[in-house]
Ligand binder design. Structure first.
Ligand SMILES: Cc1cc2nc3c(=O)[nH]c(=O)nc-3n(C[C@H](O)[C@H](O)[C@H](O)COP(=O)(O)OP(=O)(O)OC[C@H]3O[C@@H](n4cnc5c(N)ncnc54)[C@H](O)[C@@H]3O)c2cc1C
Length: 387
């Protein structure tokens, strides 16, 4: 098979890119069956994302966002950040920021289903299920991919959207710097006694970070980043004991909790690819960068990659070869600064709030209070998050 672009990986970012690169023929390769099984209508899945208004606009323009049932979406109207002295509080408010919401909370399954449904309406798009890519050969005018079943695929450009472990990145000979955080994120959903008021709440606990994100009705999604052993212990707790721990850690902010579904854990690491382009190759999403989930920015950065690469391709002149390194470097340049800035902010916050040093402890809580009183700095932080 011969296409303009082979998209390796059918996660959120690969699918969004395949939809956005409108006027070129694409093949999307996934090792899994396609499309995935539909979401369970009753319960919310434990994989939840906070999507920035900027990316909601991008997904809306792709006619993806409209396909998510309203009942599965939750607007975030305010955000509260607590320091580890129990007092420091930084509040972001959509109304004061002049936007209708700070973010939208959506579950993985609902977003994936909407992306699949939008792709079904895209012309010149081949979906290759059970297609694991096993070898890459880059030639002068094309890249050739060998699939597990022996099939060959030829493309002018190969987009690696195959996640943090990106086999494609390795095949292209691109190094990645991987630094484990020594933490895992425990995710779980809860029903809450008191209304959450569409507020996203976060507690920095001198290393661990607890976030409670609003879901439709009186439900919450938890992301609790903890040292691996502590995360393992949480997973072993009986549902009631887990609820009491989360209630205590959140100071009873939303009253009594009851667990919905089973908790899961994800090991956390920071990853930076040394390059995001090579001849006939471009990396997008987690294949290019992985950040700590404390600011809910991983998929958001990936969608921005997808948008930037699709925009570059849409603006190409007839003389441009879409796989030429010179051309692809424009994508690399466009993404370098925003990705670095987000990585520094997220890693900086993690370091500042993870330090056991008493002086740093006082400084960070003072910092939160001060930031709350300095509208310019606060607005800057907020703009970064809104995207
Ligand atoms: C606890 C937690 C909470 C998070 N919360 C947020 C949040 O609120 N907001 C946010 O923006 N981000 C969040 N993130 C980050 C977000 O989950 C990731 O950044 C995002 O899922 C990355 O998407 P992706 O499509 O790049 O990669 P992936 O989702 O990893 O998808 C990669 C795809 O490639 C496929 N693949 C792998 N190997 C091959 C191969 N050889 N051939 C073909 N296909 C292959 C895989 O099967 C997979 O489908 C969170 C992360 C964690 C851990």
């Amino acid at each position: 098979m011969k296409v303009d672009i082979a998209v390796v990986g059918a996660g959120l970012v690969g699918l969004a890119f395949a939809r956005a690169a409108q006027d070129l023929s694409v093949a999307v390769l996934s090792p899994q069956a396609l499309p995935p099984a539909p979401a369970d209508d009753a319960a919310f899945g434990a994989r939840i994302y906070a999507i920035s208004p900027g990316n909601v606009a991008f997904l809306r323009a792709l006619r993806v966002w409209q396909r998510i049932p309203q009942a599965r979406l939750t607007p975030v109207h305010a955000m509260q950040v607590h320091g580890d002295d129990g007092r420091a509080l930084l509040e972001f408010d959509a109304y004061r920021a002049g936007v209708s919401e700070l973010a939208w909370i959506v579950e993985d399954a609902a977003l994936q289903a909407a992306l699949w449904s939008a792709l079904e309406h895209r012309e010149r798009c081949e979906l290759l299920a059970a297609a694991r890519c096993t070898a890459l050969e880059v030639r002068e005018s094309e890249a050739r991919l060998r699939l597990e079943d022996g099939e060959m695929l030829s493309a002018r450009l190969v987009v690696a959207a195959d996640g943090a472990n990106s086999p494609l990145r390795d095949m292209a000979g691109i190094d990645a710097r991987v630094r484990p955080y020594g933490q895992s994120a425990v995710v779980a959903n809860f029903a809450c006694e008191r209304p959450h008021g569409n507020v996203a709440r976060q507690w920095f606990q001198g290393g661990p970070i607890l976030a409670l994100l609003p879901l439709p009705g009186a439900q919450l999604s938890m992301v609790w980043s903890l040292p691996e052993r502590a995360a393992g212990r949480l997973l072993e707790l009986a549902p009631d004991a887990l609820c009491r721990e989360v209630e205590a850690a959140s100071g009873g902010a939303v009253g009594a909790l009851s667990l919905v579904g089973a908790p899961r854990a994800f090991p956390l690491r920071r990853l930076t690819a040394s390059r995001v382009v090579a001849p006939r190759i471009a990396l997008i999403g987690d294949a290019a960068h992985v950040v700590h989930p404390l600011a809910g920015q991983g998929a958001n950065l990936g969608f921005q990659d997808a948008r930037a690469l699709a925009q570059l391709l849409a603006g190409r002149a007839p003389v441009h070869d879409i796989g030429a390194l010179r051309f692809l470097r424009r994508y690399e340049r466009a993404r370098a600064e925003p990705v670095l800035a987000m990585d520094m902010v997220v890693h900086g916050l993690h370091g500042l709030f993870g330090s056991p040093d008493l002086f740093v402890g006082r400084l960070r809580n003072l910092g939160l209070n001060l930031t709350g009183r300095l509208p310019v700095l606060k607005n800057l932080l907020m703009r970064q998050a809104i995207g």
